[in-house]
Design a binder for this molecule. Sequence first.
Ligand code: ATP
Length: 353
Amino acid sequence: MKKIIELKGITKEFGGQIVLRGIDLDIFENEFVTLLGPSGCGKTTTLRIIGGFVDPSQGEVLFNGVDMKNVPPHKRPTNTVFQRYALFPHLDVFENVAFGLRLKKDSNDKRSKKEKEQDIVDKVTKYLNMVGLKGFENRNIHKLSGGQQQRVAIARALINEPQVLLLDEPLAALDLKLRQEMQYELKEIQRNAGITFIFVTHDQEEALTMSDKIVVMNDGEIQQIGTPVDIYNEPINQFVASFIGESNLIEGVMKDDYLIHFDDKDYVCVDKGFKKNEVVDVVLRPEDLDIVSPEEGFINGVVDSVVFKGVHYEIDVKTSHRTYTIHTTDFHEEGKEVSIIFTPEDIHVMEKW
Ligand code: ATP
């Protein structure tokens, strides 16, 4: 895959406040990349630096190997879809999408007016089809739902065929059902358009659903880069584990390279190269744990609460050290004495965060 964007040692200060602390990131052709992290971690600033709306304090942004210093947004091979997409209320759907093409003046373009107009019609039709708005050409913007307006904004941003589309929480204003629908559609649009999408969100589910690659950020730094499966199954630290999916977070000490001690017991775990006596973080995912009778399991406790979640029960088991959360399809009554079991593979051991 061809590398399109390189961020090298990007830092950003706003009036003495450091908001990005050395961001290194490579983005490739045709990728759906999501910048994910809590509010204020620097996602939008990173996106704006890529788009050329904000200059980095230090570091370089390269597009196709070329330094973008002093290259303004409209000269970069990018286009942006913002959360509050400003469509033109006095223009219909067709003209809103065609706007960017009509704006383009190219003195070397020797085609007749008719040929140019046909090209505009062809392209608008292509991108309206792609975002599922075929037949909406003459609709008034006011007569569209929020989701349809968002699709118009995406078609309008795609029509100039940028190499990279930057999307800053474009689904945040939509209600949950529509947002979930649009997640699948956006991924489909990205595949069909064959261009790179860089998507900003603080919603882990959105990131897991759509991305080829997730960049998890916290406090101006990248914590982990990986596929959704990698990030979920192999979180690099407790921050990533707690931000993506649910977790039981525990501190442990290595007794040997494959033996870990927590909550007063030793457990066999997978050898990840940690040294004897090293203090480590442990993550146990609720869906990896099971509830059995007191004599069958490792950690005994009492069922503290039971919540029905549709596909599973979320059960809190109170032990002498902590409360464990467990997802299981079996019902267990509150107050019941139980025990928790798991396999060595379920114990995710990681460096102390
Ligand atoms: P959110 O999800 O809330 O949008 P974010 O991860 O996108 O958060 P940024 O918008 O990049 O975070 O902001 C990172 C930090 O930089 C915040 O503390 C913010 O207040 C600060 N910041 C962003 N833009 C400016 C600016 N123009 N002037 C001063 N501070 C800014």
